[in-house]
Write a protein that binds this ligand. Sequence first.
Ligand SMILES: Nc1nc2c(c(=O)[nH]1)N[C@H]1C(S)=C(S)[C@@H](COP(=O)(O)O)O[C@H]1N2
Ligand SMILES: [Mo]
Length: 544
Amino acid sequence: MTQNERPNWLTGAGVGALLMAALLAVLYAAAQIIGTPFAPFDLFDGLARVLPGSVIRFGIDAIVSIIAALNLEDTSRSAKTAEHILALLQFMVIGAAAGAVFFAALRRQAVPVPRWPGLVLGALLGLPLATLSAAINTAATALPLLGAAWIVAVFLAWGAALVVVYNRLAALPAADELPPASAHTLNRRQFLVRLGGATATITVVGAGVGALLGNAPESQAAAEGEAAPLAWSDSNPLPNASAAVAPAPGTRAELTPVSRHYRIDINSLPPVVREEDWTLSVFGQVENPLELTLAELRANYEPVDQFITLSCISNPIGGDLIGTQRWTGVPLKRLIEQVKPTINGGYVRIRTADSFHEVVPLNHVLNDERIMLAYDWDGLPLTIGHGFPLRIYIPDLYGMKQPKWIVSLEIHEEYEEGYWVRRNWDEAALVRSTAVIDTVAADSSIQQGEQRLVPVGGIAYAGARGISRVEVKVDEGGDWQPAQLRTPLSDTTWVIWRYDWPFTPGQHTFYVRCVDGNGVAQTERVSDTFPSGATGYHSRRQNL
Ligand SMILES: Nc1nc2c(c(=O)[nH]1)N[C@H]1C(S)=C(S)[C@@H](COP(=O)(O)O)O[C@H]1N2
Ligand SMILES: [Mo]
């Protein structure tokens, strides 16, 4: 009789995945509401940490190309979302695989199967995941032991539910058999549909409740329910407000709002550092090790402000992984002089709250006052995502050399490769000179006598080398014409340029190139972002 035919591995895969979807929703809601770790992100981050750099790069490149192909707005946010989705899919696959193996293994057992095999399976998944979360999660705010116990508990429940569903299915008539009219029972297909409905409900409710109640705060002040204070730029004009050259309409904002500044983190979620638990320790081969609270760092050293453009080495030519902000902090030199290194030369090893790390040569720090430990952006404490409570600025280097969430500085003789350097990115990571066309503002043309001029504009950036010249060419056979340069916010930011192009109708390609402040021209040779940053001229085709 078909009633005795056991549910097969395929059914197990489906049931495992359905139950996993519900488990994900419950994990998510708890993570949002009580701050327990979200295990899928920890597994994803753990894998990213141990997989070879080339695999990670392949993954990132694939995600970035898909984002570019889909024309999504904000590359760094879209990429994080894609990673989050992959982390969830990874758990769905684990759920399906475990369910398939489990149902296959139960085929020879007498029904009803006892609960313990499910609990064992739950423990086999839950214990390693709980251990991993305890070891690497830096975003959870709940006590680590509670977090670990919680993860084990939901996996035990998942395993137990698998047994309940198995027994239920084994007792029901197969999908193509109708239950006897008298019995108020279902066939297997009907039961599975109900199970799907129930797990979908849990998933939607869990995700909804988590999203509504959770709303991860952007800053510690927001987390403590304080009213949003005014940013510096809310009440101050930019220093170049009266510059003669105005940006062409459509040029990106000269000062990037913090909320729109790109973000690159190695982890799925940024580490949450609480000010009360944090100190900066400066130690190692020094006479006077130091330990400072954030308040001491703010009060004991004269703050310096600097407008700074930061770019990711993964920014493609014309990409949005670049931004400009007003950084406030302390020259690192002040602290180093105070601790009195006992070595000449050597390095400052920077450790952070995630497992990112980098080194800066001591001589470099002592010779460049601009190297800064920053605690504010736009006059407000760094947001959690941008490195609260402390990050470093080092002129001329891509973001990969500039740690956020700093917890300690160790003065040490020996060099040590940084996080991305170990993964084969450029050891020096000096920013490349690049120019980008943001806009061909045909709607904002200017009439000059008989001639209509169309403002073309964008940015050029060469780190602290500055920009001495930007040139624009229209169409393959055109001549390079000098663009006007707007006075920049500082000598460590991008420069906004504009070129008022004598309009001719038709399809045109616009090209741009720049020369840095030392007179070195941007290279025309096209190279990929890996390993040393993208090069080549930016161009833009437009039908006018
Ligand atoms: N601790 C830590 N610092 C970090 C990173 C990180 O993942 N962890 N990412 C780096 C990279 S690759 C870049 S491009 C910049 C990005 O800074 P932002 O996210 O504030 O734009 O931070 C850098 N500092
Ligand atoms: Mo980066």
